[in-house]
Design a protein around this ligand. Structure first.
Ligand SMILES: Cc1cc2nc3c(=O)[nH]c(=O)nc-3n(C[C@H](O)[C@H](O)[C@H](O)COP(=O)(O)O)c2cc1C
Length: 188
């Protein structure tokens, strides 16, 4: 698949992965694609943490869950996640073999937008290589956690913006999801 429009349309959030690692070479290519994203004043305020260690991915998930539960309690809108989280052996990363956390430098003006652009580049590049991804916003609840910041040596001026799972998948596990027609408020 080479047409960018086809890739954009074919990318879906994948929530079931094959137990197959992603090579360092491919991860590097995806991060390279991410860095070509536009950014306000070309600040490029992103940093990447790549986690392929299964036990660490599990610990990231386990340690996020209490924060997510608190968030659900405070925001009834998230209640539907509660059911998902009750699944046996639940992982917020859906057992993906690789998680790339995009973090932004907070002293820059648009770091959240910039990092989201980088994350989208990364997910689209992954889709072009037949690799599934899912932005797991829930993990950002761990941003200020002492264990997380110390374990991953996160500099004080970086905040988690986009935790992205990556992994190979089976076609049958591609979710069917629609989009509403775009709301064009007005043509001038
Ligand atoms: C900012 C953001 C946060 C998200 N957080 C989660 C999450 O925590 N868990 C999850 O399973 N999906 C998460 N998603 C994926 C969305 O649910 C998904 O993009 C949406 O349902 C549309 O589906 P599609 O990506 O397959 O087109 C997130 C997506 C975005 C952009």
């Amino acid at each position: 698949m080479t047409d960018i429009i086809d890739i954009i349309k074919a990318r879906r959030s994948i929530r079931k992965y094959l137990d197959k690692p992603i090579s360092r070479e491919i991860v590097d290519k995806l991060v390279e694609a991410a860095k070509w994203a536009p950014s306000g004043m070309n600040e490029q305020p992103w940093g990447f943490i790549v986690v392929q260690d299964k036990l660490l991915i599990k610990e990231l998930s386990d340690r996020s869950i209490p924060y997510i539960n608190k968030m659900i309690e405070e925001n009834p809108k998230f209640i539907r996640y509660k059911k998902r989280m009750k699944a046996k052996d639940f992982s917020i990363f859906y057992h993906a073999p690789c998680v790339v956390i995009v973090l932004g430098r907070i002293e820059t003006f648009f770091y959240q937008n910039d990092c989201a652009m980088a994350a989208q580049n990364l997910m689209l590049a992954a889709a072009s290589m037949g690799i599934g991804s899912c932005w797991v916003g829930m993990m950002a609840t761990l941003d200020q956690d002492k264990w997380f910041r110390e374990k991953f040596q996160v500099p004080d001026n970086y905040r988690v913006v986009a935790p992205i799972t990556l992994g190979y998948f089976e076609n049958k596990d591609i979710p069917i999801i629609e989009r509403r027609p775009p709301e064009i408020l007005k043509y001038f």
